[in-house]
Design a protein around this ligand. Sequence first.
Ligand SMILES: [Zn+2]
Ligand SMILES: [Zn+2]
Length: 153
Amino acid sequence: MTTSPQFDMRGSCLCGAIAVQITRPPGDMLMCHCSQCRKTAGAPFHCVFPVEADGFKLHDEEHLLREFRSSRDKIRTFCGRCGSPIYSLRDNANSFRVRAGLFEHLDSVDWGGHIFVRDAVGWYHEHDELPRYDALEPGRDSAKSKTLLPDDY
Ligand SMILES: [Zn+2]
Ligand SMILES: [Zn+2]
């Protein structure tokens, strides 16, 4: 596969200091249920997609990217200011596993499947039948709660 000059997907961490740019079509989206992904995401699983190194650009002018060696041969990175997970990378590997939640829009991403389901937590099930709210759940008024988040959260 050759690098496509038109391909350009951009995402960023929560505070916006770290931006990632994908310049070639990534591999299939995976939902990883391993305990490491679960804990770093603070969620039952993590959506990640692989992209070859020559199609991945990191913009980190404030040098906030931090690394955590979660396995002997693997690092996980995150923003040192806001904590957003950014990507994981195995030593000697040539592809980054990028955290899909960084992106508002994803083009050309195919859904591959669930991995490490043997490690999946028992308390999570897909609840597509539950009600969906545009913002906060009923009874939670953001204006009355003590929060540092902006009002529209
Ligand atoms: Zn950040
Ligand atoms: Zn994982």
